[in-house]
Design a binder for this molecule. Sequence first.
Ligand code: 13P
Ligand code: 13P
Ligand code: MG
Ligand code: MG
Ligand code: MG
Length: 362
Amino acid sequence: KKITLSVIKADIGGFVGHSSVHPETLETARGMLSGSPLLIDYHVTHVGDDINLIMTHECGKDSGEIHQLAWDVFSSCTTIAKKLKLYGAGQDLLSDAFSGNIKGLGPGVAEMEFQERTSEPVIVFAADKTEPGAWNLPVYKMFADPFNTIGLIIDPKMHGGFLFEVRDLIENKKVTFSCPEELYDMLVFIGAPGRYCIKSVYQKGTNEICSTSSTQRLNLMAGRYVGKDDPVLIVRCQSGFPAVGEALEPFANPHLVSGWMRGSHSGPLMPVSVDQSNPTRFDGPPRVIALGFQLADGKLHGPQDFFADPSYDLARQKANEIANYLRSLGPFEPHRLHLDEMEYTTMPEVSKRLKDRFEKLR
Ligand code: 13P
Ligand code: 13P
Ligand code: MG
Ligand code: MG
Ligand code: MG
């Protein structure tokens, strides 16, 4: 019997501004999921202003019923958000009519279907004020870097390596790299996380799913700016997959991600507990949470709020120091993103207004 773990998220309105969620929206989501006969178990959480629905069921991936349920939850939460005039109410719900599959509509989706092992530890990561490519570096480290994951060297079940499915979010194509043999080829692409994202990782030989992320790129989907797609990631751990601590280790060194203020800046990804996940300084810095669960017959035992641990205190301090330095650059690159990566810009307007003031040089 296979179970499916679905993590579906949306920003249906921020409280206050883009910093967090209103408790009434979380309560509504919990109420609706607890009443659903489709689910084995669920956990509702948030990172910053994004609501995450973590659900287990037997309906498989891309189930119309499960996606409908998530859509209904986010729609009801949007009604509350509108009543409370929360900021950007309904921001991620791009269409009023649901048509069977939530992908491409706005909410982010990460789903995997698998046969539960004797022991099934999983980690659900969720980030705010960034984009799906933010997972490239940590997922690479978890599954391909022996300086992060000693299991790649000393665990016979990991020594063969992993398969990485990489998506081109602009041309909507996918390619699979077999690592470690194709590491250098893969890095050519995933080093450009605004365009190429690691969607899933599979164990070589067994083809077991190890990791999967949300990759919808909102700002391109709607044909207009609607916000960067704050992403989620699921990682299965232990017994041939990275140990829990190997999956958490990459976040001890806060890497730079795109997002932060107005989705138009580069900043360090700060690992935090759920309670600390309220991006504040300059609407940031970007945050990541990690919730651990032991699955047992589809039941989600947990969560363990991993980044609440004091061993991540130094990472937070380092993120604050990096943030402080980057802020000192103000509106200059590389703190402000390159022109074609910003979520909004006044460039066309200002250029048009000043058109006649530019003199041709010869
Ligand atoms: P324990 O000896 O605590 O079970 O830990 C084993 C392990 O693999 C830790 O990464
Ligand atoms: P969110 O994508 O989290 O809504 O943030 C948008 C923003 O503009 C923050 O400054
Ligand atoms: Mg928001
Ligand atoms: Mg957000
Ligand atoms: Mg966003």
